[in-house]
Design a protein around this ligand. Structure first.
Ligand SMILES: [Zn+2]
Length: 271
């Protein structure tokens, strides 16, 4: 599932190709992706509109339109976006296409088809869920975590995955953050000491920013894989490395399930 760094990659790679582009028409091949509008209404609303900005909040992306309406996109499990020349036949699983007057098209590809698009008029309340998100990882403070974790009994891993506490962290980066902060993902958040919380506050933005940098690719590289290869992340210390030696101590990494999510950690380095 794409997490904040992967979603941010899509945004930074595509934004130069989207801003100031005028939409000539749309094709919706899988209407269920549109959460709050019919394909016909969507077509009517956006034809002739110009995109003014492309922003991200947590794992949500927003295309801002010149009349101040907006399109909010969430990739869920397997969604992604890419830009193609409009005359190139669409890839399998291309569910929504926005054609631009410059001959290019924005394509939404999603093999499992679980992603969501919403359309909001300028005065309409955004019901996508992004208004309920916690702060971005870069804005998490010690005071904030102390207050959020004080009376909560859940494991650290589950708290990191809770989008209402911190926006944008998923299974991969939650494991990486716990490893870097040297805290067991199973540890109850109410029991975290102040030094442990300080390590978390330091590592949450560091890990996310590092992976944003690692994922940064030129458009040409991004386009070859139809926007999909950015999800194959290297440089992970723990996620996907169950049984392999810890990079710090050599001890084999442990894999368990926490709240139905696979989790990998080092019993030796994380306390
Ligand atoms: Zn270790």
């Amino acid at each position: 599932m794409p997490e904040l760094p992967e979603v941010e990659t899509v945004r930074t790679v595509l934004i130069p190709y989207l801003v100031e582009q005028k939409i000539s028409d749309t094709i919706v091949n899988l209407p269920k992706i549109l959460k709050n509008i019919t394909p016909q209404d969507f077509q009517t609303k956006i034809t002739g509109q110009t995109i003014t900005n492309f922003t991200r909040r947590g794992k949500f992306l927003t295309l801002h339109l010149q009349n101040q309406d907006c399109i909010v996109i969430h990739f869920r499990m397997t969604g992604t976006l890419t830009i193609e020349n409009a005359d190139i036949p669409p890839e399998k699983h291309t569910h929504i296409i926005l054609n631009f007057t410059n001959g290019k098209s924005l394509r939404y590809i999603d093999s499992r088809g679980f992603g969501h698009w919403w359309y909001f008029n300028k005065n309409q309340e955004d019901t996508s869920g992004q208004l309920l998100l916690g702060p971005e990882p870069q804005n998490v403070t010690l005071k904030y975590l102390q207050q959020k974790f004080k009376n909560r009994q859940c494991p650290l891993k589950s708290a990191l995955l809770d989008q209402h506490i911190i926006a944008g962290i998923g299974n991969i980066y939650a494991d990486e953050i716990c490893f870097r902060a040297q805290i067991l993902p199973t540890k109850s958040v109410a029991k975290l000491s102040e030094p442990e919380l300080q390590r978390l506050v330091a590592q949450i933005p560091t890990v996310i920013n590092e992976f944003i940098q690692i994922h940064r690719v030129p458009f040409e590289v991004f386009a070859i894989s139809k926007g999909k290869s950015y999800q194959k992340s290297t440089n992970r210390a723990v996620y996907g490395r169950k049984g392999l030696p810890c990079e710090k101590c050599g001890h084999p990494l442990t894999g368990i399930r926490i709240g139905q999510r696979s989790s990998v950690f080092c019993e030796h380095c994380q306390k």
